[in-house]
Design a protein around this ligand. Structure first.
Ligand code: NAD
Length: 453
């Protein structure tokens, strides 16, 4: 591992990763490799998470193609040094900002979108001219092995490599002095990553999780709210970092919303969701057991059946939940949706603000004033008005958390920025030399007072 890391350090120093043609070629190579392995990627996602081909293509493969296409088109503009104005005090000089690659990056990925969350950051790393080591999750070992095969066939290891393994391997990697760490995963591990990075003062991008609310007010288009919440929640069996974690609904419309959510669960996944080709599996038996414990809380108003060995839990709606229940104390990350109520929007805002800043927030409301109030008064990573999930799937919106839900962002230009340092350079003239700044000039103070008032 140390050997590989040193190799990447040396390779980066050669400067080969920097020219625009090289970067564009590598992005092309990456795309060709994904095309080649598309079938295997889809099959592996089916085996490990029971993802349908549609979900695999749209949420794991298609978005990466789109990210590559978007990058390749704009990269020639982004890598140009940017000329910026220079103040009068610096007369004779010109100012520039040069984007430069960080160097050797560590990308640590989770298991829930095991392909996309390893490869999408890599697109940013390549575009910005870096080397990278990817550490996929040990919970999806088939995908981890497939990523290793695909990447080692496509790139020399001194440029981009995959290192497989679990916590121990991850910790060994974190001991090395990377130039930047891009971590996607849970809040507790995010803290471990940041503490390890602090030893070397390595900058980090942390894409974490948390409890993302879906707020439904009395003016909401209830039918669409129910449909879009059910879709966003039960996609990948609830194992999506930006899935609505819980619903906060105006007490007056709760029963109607629940009825409509039940209807859409059946419409999307049938009476026997475990038999549906569209319904995912929990990643492991251990993760299923953790989720099953939540079923003892509140009242199950829909679903509740499960099979630990087969790793599935029915899409489940939990009513009569309180903030003190365990299900409200940690990120759920599974197909269980607690429903809580509020009387006024001020109360709903206060409830959300009493906890950590969420990664995502979804508001369903036709009232523009309420929309504005929620956007202004709650801090969250990103989100949607009258939808769920969709804000993640556009390269024009930077994606990331705030507070405990993460730091830094990526996607589109933000991915290029995440893997770049912006170096400021002032180019001074030697044609003349203003003497006023020098200590031996008797008028120095007078001039400086005139200039900086
Ligand atoms: P995790 O934090 O357990 O693991 C993520 C990665 O960290 C894995 O590769 C794992 O091997 C490694 N790791 C685990 N423990 C470690 C340790 N002690 N030291 C060093 N490395 C360690 O997360 P997970 O269970 O794979 O994924 C689920 C979490 O990720 C959820 O909280 C979810 O919200 C979050 N997530 C966030 C995003 C996002 O984009 N913000 C996307 C997907 C998932």
């Amino acid at each position: 591992m140390v050997h590989l890391f040193e190799k990447q350090k040396r390779y980066f120093q050669t400067g080969e990763t920097r020219p625009i043609d090289f970067r564009l070629q590598q992005l092309k190579n990456l795309k060709a490799a994904i095309k080649k392995y598309e079938r295997e990627i889809i099959d592996t996602l089916k085996v490990e998470l029971h993802k349908s081909e549609f979900e695999a293509y749209s949420a794991e493969i298609g978005v990466v193609y789109e990210e590559i296409r978007f990058m390749m088109k704009r990269l020639p503009d982004w890598i140009k040094p940017q000329r910026v104005p220079t103040p009068l005090t610096h007369i004779g000089s010109k100012s520039y900002i040069y984007p430069e690659p960080y160097g050797v990056n560590l990308i640590i990925a989770p298991w829930n979108y095991p392909f996309q969350l390893a490869i999408s950051p890599l697109v940013g790393a390549i575009a910005a001219g870096n080397c990278a080591i990817i550490k996929p999750s040990e919970y999806t070992p088939n995908m981890s092995a497939l990523l290793k095969k695909m990447i080692s066939e496509t790139f020399p290891e001194e440029y981009i490599a995959v290192v497989e393994g679990g916590v121990e391997v991850s910790q060994q990697l974190l001991d090395l002095r990377f130039d930047h760490i891009f971590f996607t995963g849970s809040v507790p591990v995010g803290k471990i990553v940041m503490a390890a990075a602090a030893k070397h003062l390595t900058p980090v991008t942390l894409e974490l999780g948390g409890k993302s609310p879906a707020i439904v007010d009395v003016s909401a288009h209830l039918d669409l709210a129910a449909k879009r919440i059910v879709w966003g929640k039960f996609l990948n069996a609830g194992q999506t970092c930006i899935a609505p974690d819980y619903v906060l609904v105006d007490a007056n419309v709760k029963s109607l919303l629940i009825e409509k959510m039940k209807q859409y669960i059946v419409e999307f996944y049938g009476e026997r969701p475990e038999q549906s080709p569209h319904y995912g599996r929990i990643v492991s038996e251990r993760h299923t057991e953790r989720l099953v414990r939540f079923l003892n809380e509140g009242t199950i108003v829909h679903g509740g059946r499960y099979d630990i060995e087969q790793r599935w839990i029915e899409p489940t709606l939990l009513d009569e939940i309180t903030w003190e229940d365990d299900v409200m104390r940690e990120e759920i990350f599974g197909p269980i949706l607690p429903i809580l109520t509020f009387e006024t929007i001020d109360e709903a805002i206060a409830m959300v603000n009493a906890y950590e800043k969420p990664l995502a927030l979804y508001l369903f409301s036709e009232d523009r004033q309420v929309q504005q109030q929620v956007i202004e008064q709650i801090s969250f990573g990103g989100g949607c008005i009258n939808d769920t999930i969709m804000h993640i799937a556009t390269p024009y919106l930077p994606f990331g958390g705030v507070g405990q839900s993460g730091m830094g962002a990526y996607h589109g230009k933000a991915s290029f920025d995440a893997f770049s340092h912006y170096k400021s350079v002032l180019k001074q003239t030697t044609k003349f030399d203003l003497s006023i700044r020098y200590p031996n000039n008797p008028n120095a103070l007078k001039w400086i007072r005139k200039l900086f008032k």
